[in-house]
Design a binder for this molecule. Structure first.
Ligand code: APR
Length: 253
């Protein structure tokens, strides 16, 4: 995308944001790429190296919990070395001090949280939280925080001693009802941004269409075109950390 065209689109988007009473931002792995967190489907994507069904399903966990914890252990160690980047910091600033901006993330790395984001919906859970792996353990359903890196051995449920699992949403699993409700509520806004996501995984990928149907101005900021590119009112193909920093600069001047 040539620079003048890019700046024209960014300026248009800044004008929309400036007059918006309610802003909602959906984020994906692309927002954490500049921090060094591997994406899922990009060149270095996790799903290029591993099969999701082998590592991100309840069946895979039941088959081999040690293998899964080895993989989540590696991801936690990778993420522990990463810090929020400009994209996280700008969204955190926008979310603070009022109800104007809501951030809905698919990311489980908690870098939005680390950046100080308020009004944050974590649709797919957190890699830093654990829960009990067996359904009948009522107490173990409430996730608990565990930041240990490296994880010493196979973690267990403090309530029933069953293997503990990462409190993330795996393929084939339902999102937490409250999170999904909050995400759908966020589609009632003036401007809906989808940032750094391939827009392939539902229900998250359906939110931009929901926002459009609710009359919101919709925009995509992503390194490459996605299925959402044809839906939104404005699409910017450029790094999120650069575009959000530029938007923020335009909004404060
Ligand atoms: N700025 C903007 N976009 C970027 C950047 C960047 N710096 N770097 C990469 N991207 C884009 C890629 O082009 C890609 O389209 O971010 C997108 C990341 O897409 P995925 O890797 O598919 O990640 P995401 O959309 O978050 O995946 C959704 O799928 O695997 C499951 O549960 C997992 O939450 C995840 C969900």
């Amino acid at each position: 995308m040539d620079r003048s065209n890019l700046m024209g689109l960014v300026t248009d988007l800044a004008d929309r944001l400036r007059s918006a009473r309610r802003i909602s931002v959906l984020t994906g792995a692309g927002v954490s790429a500049a921090s060094g967190v591997p994406t899922f489907r990009g060149e270095d994507g996790l799903w290029r190296r591993y099969r999701p069904e082998d590592l991100a399903t309840a069946q895979a966990f039941a088959r081999d919990p040690a293998l899964l914890w080895e993989w989540y252990g590696w991801r936690r160690e990778t993420i522990a070395r990463c810090a929020p980047n400009a994209a996280h910091e700008v969204l955190a600033r926008w979310s603070q001090g009022g109800e104007r901006t809501t951030v809905v993330t698919q990311n489980v790395d908690d870098l939005h949280l680390k950046a100080g984001t308020e009004r944050l919906v974590r649709l797919h859970g957190s890699i830093w939280e654990l829960s009990c792996s067996i359904g009948c353990c009522e107490a173990g359903r409430t996730a608990w925080r565990d930041d240990r890196v490296p994880m010493p051995g196979l973690p267990r449920c403090p309530h029933c001693d069953a293997p503990a699992r990462p409190a993330v949403v795996w393929f084939g699993e339902m999102l937490a009802e409250a999170d999904l409700r909050a995400a759908v509520q966020a589609t009632a806004c003036d401007v809906f941004l989808t940032v750094g996501t391939s827009s392939l995984v539902y229900p998250a990928a359906g939110l931009v269409e929901q926002a459009r149907l609710n009359g919101a101005f919709t925009a995509e900021i992503n390194a490459e075109a996605t299925p959402a590119t044809a839906i939104v009112d404005l699409a910017i193909q450029a790094p999120a950390e650069l575009v959000l920093a530029e938007l923020d600069r335009l909004l404060v001047t």
